[in-house]
Design a protein around this ligand. Sequence first.
Ligand code: ZN
Length: 537
Amino acid sequence: MYLRRFCFFLLMALLALSPASADESSPRLLLLLTIDQGRGDYLERFRPALTGGLSWLMDQGVVFTDAHHAHAHTVTAAGHAALSTGRHPAGSGMVGNNFYDRSEGRWVYSVEDLAFEVLMPEGADGSSPGRSPARLLATGLADWIQSDSPDSKVYSVGGKDRASILMGGKNADTAYWYDFPTGHWVTSNYYTSSYPAWVQNFQRERRVESYFGTTWSPLPVSETLLSRMEIDPASGSFSRAFGRASLYPNPRYYNAVFYSPFLETFLFDFAKRIVTEEALGTDDAIDVLALSFASVDTVGHGYGPNSRELLDTFLRLDRALGEFFRFLEKTIGLDRVVVSLSADHGVAPVPEYRASQGLSGARRSAADYVCVQRAGQAFEKTFGDDDWFVQPYHFNYETLGRRNLSRATVESALKAELARCPNIAQVWTRTEIEAAGASSRVDPQLELFVHSFHPERSPDLYVVEKEFLVGTLRGTTHGSPYEYDTHVLALVRWPGAQPRSVSERIHTVDLPVTLASLLGVTTPTDVDGVDRSKFIR
Ligand SMILES: [Zn+2]
């Protein structure tokens, strides 16, 4: 508690020394922060142990305690695109991290772009397929800002390429992401033909290697606090090395950094350099810096939302963010910085932890796999052996045409077979989703699927397993339409605005629309989000 007060005092003292005076306070920097897998309960649950940037944001900002994604397939690309474009996946086209594209006849990665290549850092061999926002079908907040204010600069950095690229919108100056094999921040020649000299210098510094030969152990937290924050008592202290026995940093080491909170320390090192080298926030055209933190997701998948590992990752992000805010206070002045913070999706609790609390929950079992296989067999028994699918849950329309069968007929037949499986709670078909899209009153879950659906990029059937059923062998995951996956943290810090907590339900697509409204930026007419600026003004 003492440390928390001290940090707060230090920040307040710095604020008093701010170079910019309060009366000329038009914002100069918009900081778009996204915590991958930042579930809706984390800020409040971990608040007793927060002393840094997240604590400061909670004290300074408007916190939305009931913010949800309004789409069903809750994954990274879909969530970041909603936060960037104010459109559901149906409009952004980001229906998944990967999706089968019927027009191309193949699975594609959401941000792959074979017309480009990743710019290899000096000394790295080989080539890597390019990345770009080409498959993003809508513009984002950063684009709207640039379109009203062409001098505005837009930079994005994230552990994951899709997070960074999608937050940067269609026309970012550069989006950077972490390259696991080399441990560098890289980009694609979609953005620039070569690295600026300062990036090359940064790459030569090899700051990522500073964790080599050290271990990750958790920051001290009292037993009382751990229990108050619902940290599993079985998840005790730990000490983890980065990578295996190696005499020098190798790809395995760089990969291990990606799966640790230290990815973010390294990210902030780079982000600070962007601020100074690209001269962000130095003139009246507001600049955008998007930072996407992947480690809460990578650690959350491995250990779950009630683990000491996840808590420690969150606390280290809080501390590193506080340090970054102190840097921004010195360079730009925090009274000129607008901050939004949200997340691309939540996460399911670990089933074993649920069980320890006497609550229901399970892992997908052999019986669940067999049940789906038998549904496929039963379908073939009814309709005969044929080339029915181009991909699982994507019918082969040529076969249907040759057999003179309507898509609705085979969809409902397969749905009936799948519905026999005890752990399948619901199956939605393309026919149902398309009909619901045209109707005004639909089942709330079906509406989430309408928002997740794109005709060229979505399957013909969506299978929804039971709540609290986790499909991984260990740890946990996300991607469902249930509240633990849709509920995310959300806050906006507008300099001078009254800090408050808003319990009214909002959607993540509202955030970019709200920020545009606050900034006086023109929003496209076809956004799905609603302007919530009345809570902030
Ligand atoms: Zn994830």
